[in-house]
Write a protein that binds this ligand. Sequence first.
Ligand code: UTP
Length: 291
Amino acid sequence: MTARVRKAVFPVGGLGTRFLPATKALPKEMLPVVDKPLIHYAVEEARAAGIEEFIFVTGKGKSAIEDHFDHSNELEAMLRSRGKEEAAASLRSWLPAPGKVAYTRQQEPLGLGHAIWCARHFIGDEPFAVLLPDDIFLADVPCLKQMVDAYSGRGGMVAAEVIDGPDISSYGVLDISGEEGPVVRVRSLVEKPSQAAAPSNYAVVGRYIMTPRVFEYLDRQEKGAGGEIQLTDALSWLASVEEFSGIKIAGERFDCGTRGGYLRANIAFGLQREDLRDELVEYIRGLDLGA
Ligand code: UTP
């Protein structure tokens, strides 16, 4: 098995119900943070980590994602006819190379584990990354790059964040057996435990490296919490049969699957932009925020 992580799976087949009505006709993954869709951040991050093949697990109503990563001849011609050569060229600069992007469809959103299982025929015999586009990171070293740099070449790995307090029960949580720097050894994972039952304060966030052995478990199609085929259950099984680690990510994560996280991301990413920063700071300073 080659140890280098060359392929990434982007599960984008979910319904995005927490963002209705915005997501009635627009895929959640196409919601913009400043001026780039969430999925665009995830693809950029994957590329920065050395990913060469991009596999999207899409679903009904998600064709805007395919269009986003395709040529747009009409738009480019229109920009050129208006003398906007640079803007036209830049539309192609970030596209995956021809033949390096694949789409498969999850006919029914049966859960994240099921979405990953739908990508099984694209993976072959090598470790692969999974990026959930809901989570985006402001970090000096992009999140997946931190993982790939620390990856031993064997077994699975998840991105982790220390969450203190009751919010831990919204996450998959690591049961750990040791730690070395930012890397922790993982015994098992528990999906959304109560705060009292949480085996640690290490929460799993939306970046993973896994081996194709995960499909041995997912092939069983077992339903877990909420009647969904849960990725956490599959990873917990994986941790019982092979080396498995977590890595505490350096940087700030924004959960854009929630309204609050999405709004914070727009402010934080907006403040990073030279062309927007002053305007935004002036606006925020002028707000009457009460007591
Ligand atoms: P979420 O559970 O956050 O997304 O999954 P959701 O179900 O679309 O959103 P809500 O909870 O209804 O608001 C995280 C990622 O996994 C994908 C989603 O598209 C999202 O990118 N996903 C989820 C799938 O591809 N298939 C599924 O069955 C579930």
